[in-house]
Every structure is written in structure tokens, then in C-alpha cells.
Design a binder for this molecule. Structure first.
Ligand code: SAH
Length: 390
């Protein structure tokens, strides 16, 4: 097996559990290097660190799959890892829908699998993982006997790995318009055209968290996508729900979701630019009992972090101004680089400018089917904050 030796300074980080080896961290390689091949990673003094896959074209040249020198990376390895991930999800209480594989957090770097009851959506985001797609699909078939597996590899990061963007069913074609159940409600999910894998499972636990505060409330949901929070709010007793999203398709799906649950009388969804609307409405002194914000990631690169901070501050400031005294702001951030403490600092600055005091109800992360591995910063990406705005 080809051997990759790490520079002395780098080895501790990787040896302590981080699965990524960057190109500039490699001291040397011994043996032939084929893109996607399995390699042995060693420290500068020849100690085994892990077994991973290599892609000389990628900035992340090796991703570690195993820390056991005896473990063979073959089809059965993927079966075992996926079976173990499913056992874990069940153990912590997931039954129908969950992120089954959350990449690095399930020790399968660059692999994402969402389980929507009998349907599965798959992303292989690195060449070394893409190679094993056949084994991964076979494992899903053995464990779940799925009604359908859909590939959503239509993501630009694949190009950094020298991979093409592709999407479509794997195996027999099936109708990618499905209905899932969540928290006692039903939602249309479009596996083909929906954003990311079609549905944001990472908020599934947090949607339940709003149940008490929305009762009898007038609710504004900005960046609503298919209206999942809004429909939950109506279900939990909100008087009225207005959801806004820039995407016409998302808004249309949100309306269908309200109808699917018989909540259309209390829910309205409009295609609008939330940035403009929040600004205009806060100046007009409109007000709501609950304002919910869940914008898309503002940046993926460190250079733009300041822009992201400004963006979060701006929308949260506007959002707070729209909350009636004693009402609630429910605000999320999925920007990886904005770590939880920084997010809280931004909200504090917004509150100061809005001249409002905040009382924290809860502050948490993504749902538990997206595990956070301590020491792997990028596995903790979603911030979900609920505050009373005094
Ligand atoms: N809360 C949703 C997920 C929101 S994802 C859920 O749990 O399902 C973020 C959404 O913001 C996307 O649907 C995207 O279309 C929308 N969006 C992006 N820019 C926007 C803008 N300027 N105004 C309104 N919506 C926007």
C-alpha cells in the first residue's frame, strides 16, 4: 500500500483524530499514487496514523477512513460503518427520517446520506468516496431495502475533486416527489429539485422547540423555504403565520405543505426578498409575537467572514425590531465559520443597537442525527437561538 508521511508538526492534529491531511502537510509519499486509492498515513518517524483515500488533485489530499492498521477498506467496511451509523441514530431516538451519514462525524468523510423513511438521498463529495458509491448503495439495499435512492451530486465542491456534477435516481427510476412525516405533521419533499438533499433535516428537533412560544401568536417566518417552521407554528396553535422566501418554488411548496396539514387558513407564504422586507417593515413599525429567521449560509470562506457578521447583525437587528415587547425571536445560522460564541456576540450587538434586552430561552445546535465530534470544529455548524425580546 502506498505510504504518505506527514510533516512532524502536522502529525499530532491528524493523530489526535482529525481526518483531513492537506497537501502542504505531507512530507513525502512512497509508492504509486492513483487518485482515489487507499493509502497508509504515517508520522514522520514511521508510526501508523490511519488508512485513508488520496486525491493529489484536491487540497485535502488524504481523508482518513480508519485508525485500525488491520482494517481492510472494502465493500464490507462501508456496510459495517453504515450499519453502525443507523444503530446509533436509532439508539438516540430516530425512527423514520434522519441524516444517516454525516460525513466526518460518522467516520466516512465526504459522504452524506439522508434517510427519508424508505427513500435515501446520497452525496459523495470527494473522489475517494465517490469510488465506493456501488458499495454504499449495496449496503443501503441490504440494510433498508429502500423504495428509492436518489443521487444529489449536483454540488460545485465536487469539481475541486475533479468530479462532475450529477443527479438522478440510482437504480430503478421512481417518483422523487415524496411525503415525509415529522413531529406528527406531513411535508412534501422534492428529492429532485429541492435545495441540498431536498429537505433540511438538521432543524427537525428545533422545529419542535417552538411549540410553547407560538401558541396564539402572530408569527413571521423569514427564509422559510418550504414553510416547515411556519407549518409547525400553526400546528402548535399560532393565530397567523406569514412565511417569506425568495424562491417561488419554495413558497409554492410551503403553501402545499400548509394544505397537506389542513392549516392553510392560518398560513400565508409570499415570495419576497427577506432582507428588503425586514428592513422596510421594521421602519413601518409592523410587529409580530414571534419572528423566526433561518437564512442560508452567508459565507464559506474566511475572507468574507466580516460580511457574514454584518449580514447576521443586520437581519437580527431588523428581526428584533419587529418583535412586540415580550415576544420571541427564533434565529438560526448555518454558517460553519461563525462559531456559536461569535453568533451570540453578534446577536448581543444587534440587541444593543435595537435597544432591546434579551432573555434566553434556549441555545442549541443542529438536530442530534448530525453528530458533533469534539475536536472537529466543522461538525458543529448550526446555531439555533430562541430569546424573549423585552
Ligand atoms: N428554515 C428552513 C430552511 C431555510 S434555508 C427549513 O427548516 O426548511 C434558507 C432559505 O433562504 C432558502 O429557502 C432560500 O431560498 C432562502 N433565501 C435566500 N436568500 C433569500 C432572501 N434574500 N430573501 C428570502 N429568502 C431567501
Amino acid at each position: 500500500m502506498t505510504k504518505v508521511t506527514l510533516k512532524r508538526k502536522i502529525a499530532p492534529r491528524v493523530a489526535n483524530g482529525h481526518p483531513w491531511v492537506f497537501a502542504n502537510e505531507v512530507q513525502g509519499t512512497e509508492g504509486a499514487v492513483g487518485a482515489g486509492d487507499i493509502v497508509r498515513v504515517e508520522s514522520h518517524d514511521g508510526k501508523y496514523i490511519g488508512t485513508g483515500y488520496i486525491n493529489p488533485q484536491s487540497q485535502i489530499v488524504v481523508r482518513i477512513l480508519s485508525r485500525d492498521p488491520k482494517e481492510v477498506i472494502d465493500d464490507n467496511f462501508f456496510y459495517k460503518r453504515i450499519a453502525r451509523a443507523w444503530e446509533y441514530r436509532q439508539h438516540i431516538g430516530y425512527t423514520e427520517n434522519c441524516r444517516l451519514i454525516f460525513g466526518e462525524a460518522d467516520f466516512l468523510p465526504a459522504l452524506i446520506i439522508d434517510k427519508f423513511n424508505d427513500y435515501f438521498v446520497l452525496q459523495t463529495l470527494a473522489l475517494g468516496m465517490d469510488r465506493w458509491k456501488g458499495a454504499i448503495v449495496e449496503a443501503l439495499r441490504r440494510i433498508f431495502n429502500p423504495k428509492g435512492i436518489y443521487e444529489r451530486n449536483d454540488v460545485p465542491v465536487r469539481e475541486l475533486e475533479g468530479l462532475q456534477q450529477v443527479k438522478g435516481p440510482i437504480g430503478p427510476a421512481f417518483d422523487p416527489q415524496i411525503i415525509i412525516r415529522e413531529n406528527g405533521l406531513k411535508f412534501h419533499v422534492d428529492l429532485e429539485h429541492g435545495q441540498k438533499t431536498g429537505y433540511f433535516l438538521d432543524q427537525q428537533d428545533n422545529r419542535r422547540a417552538i411549540s410553547a412560544i407560538v401558541k396564539d401568536a402572530d408569527v413571521l417566518e423569514a427564509f422559510c423555504y418550504t414553510g416547515t417552521f411556519g407549518v409547525h407554528a400553526a400546528h402548535y396553535g399560532a393565530k397567523s403565520v406569514l412565511g417569506l422566501d425568495i424562491s417561488e418554488t419554495a413558497v409554492a411548496q410551503a403553501r402545499r405543505n400548509a394544505e397537506l396539514n389542513g392549516l392553510q387558513d392560518r398560513c400565508a407564504f409570499e415570495a419576497m426578498n427577506a432582507f428588503d422586507v425586514l428592513k422596510a417593515w421594521s421602519k413601518e413599525n409592523r410587529s409580530y409575537d414571534v419572528v423566526m429567521l433561518d437564512p442560508p449560509a452567508f459565507t464559506k470562506s474566511r475572507e468574507n467572514i466580516q460580511k457574514a457578521i454584518t449580514g447576521y447583525k443586520e437581519i437580527n437587528l431588523r428581526g428584533m425590531k419587529l418583535v412586540r415587547p415580550g415576544g420571541f425571536l427564533v434565529t438560526s445560522s448555518c454558517t460553519n465559520l461563525v462559531q456559536p460564541n461569535l453568533f451570540l456576540e453578534i446577536i448581543a450587538l444587534a440587541a444593543k443597537d435595537a435597544r432591546r434586552q434579551l432573555r434566553q430561552v434556549t441555545f442549541r445546535a443542529q438536530s442530534s442525527d448530525h453528530p458533533i465530534i469534539w475536536g472537529m470544529e466543522n461538525t458543529e455548524y448550526l446555531k439555533f437561538l430562541m430569546v424573549q425580546v423585552l
